[in-house]
Design a protein around this ligand. Structure first.
Ligand code: AP5
Length: 240
């Protein structure tokens, strides 16, 4: 009479440009995991001019945060279809209010968090990355002119479509996003570090990964994920 294999239900925090998108894409390539990025979801809403997209456009362009209730709806409308899959949330929660809303939602669904990851990358490192970032909007794939160049300059590796700059990737707006991180996300981090493995998050482990490159952080992240969900299957085509 075996316990079911633990399911990976992971949230990932980090400053803008810390590498959340890059690292979660790497996990998804290696393992049978799904990732939801709220930044990507909002950019899709904006491109499709949905009601959420119309609200989000100006807020995202200015580096502000959308209201917690809207974000909960954006996330749970996707999350609730994932059932017993392994998943990662990238970019949500990012305020204390969102953390509490997510906790209440997961409690109702009886799907508790299993891993809380804090990517801790120094400010001066991320500032230099942003000016080199190019994105493929429809998929959320991210490139960097010095770190992970596209195979053909200016084009997405998989579709060949043109890459674009994010409108919020300029120095002034980036500074605002970073300030927003310190104001809103730091209290959330204290909330999780005080409550990981306690009654509020019984099975959840919290890890802080420090490093200046994703190559330093990746092996630590890989280890934490395997410990949280030992039954995770590697995708066959990936041999790394
Ligand atoms: P979002 O898209 O989540 O933006 P963010 O948190 O600012 O994070 P980024 O996407 O900028 O960075 P990342 O950590 O994913 O880094 P990446 O892997 O790309 O959100 C955008 C906006 O949406 C927010 O500002 C807000 O308005 C709104 N929003 C989203 N979620 C919300 C929420 N929950 N509540 C309210 N509002 C919300 O890496 C960065 C660059 O570095 C890339 O070019 C990459 O190639 C490069 N890179 C990565 N690793 C390395 C390395 N090791 N060495 C060199 N370069 C590297």
């Amino acid at each position: 009479n075996h316990e079911p294999e633990p399911t990976l239900r992971m949230i990932m925090f980090g400053k803008p440009g810390a590498g959340k998108g890059t690292l979660s894409a790497r996990l998804v390539r290696k393992y049978d995991i799904l990732s939801l990025s709220t930044g990507d979801l909002l950019r899709q809403h904006i491109a499709e001019k949905t009601e959420v997209g119309r609200t989000a456009e100006e807020i995202v362009a200015k580096g502000g945060l959308l209201p917690d209730e809207i974000m909960l709806r954006v996330v749970t409308s996707k999350l609730d279809h994932l059932h017993n899959k392994h998943w990662i949330l990238d970019g949500f929660p990012r305020t204390l209010g969102q953390g509490q809303l997510l906790d209440a939602h997961l409690r109702n669904q009886n799907t508790p968090l299993s891993l809380i990851v804090n990517l801790d990358v120094p400010d001066e490192i991320i500032l230099s990355r942003i000016s080199d970032r190019w994105v493929h909007l429809p998929s959320g794939r991210v490139y960097n002119l010095s770190y992970n160049r596209p195979k053909v300059a200016g084009h997405d590796d998989e579709t060949g479509e043109p890459l674009t700059k994010r409108p919020d990737d300029n120095p002034e707006i980036f500074a605002r996003r970073l300030a927003q991180f310190y104001a809103s996300t730091s209290p959330l981090l204290s909330y999780y570090s005080a409550s990981a493995s306690s009654a509020a998050h019984p099975g959840a482990k919290m890890v802080s990964l420090r490093g200046t490159t994703s190559d330093e952080i990746w092996p630590q992240l890989d280890r934490a994920v395997r410990l949280a969900a030992p039954g995770l299957r590697e995708r066959l085509e990936e041999r790394k």
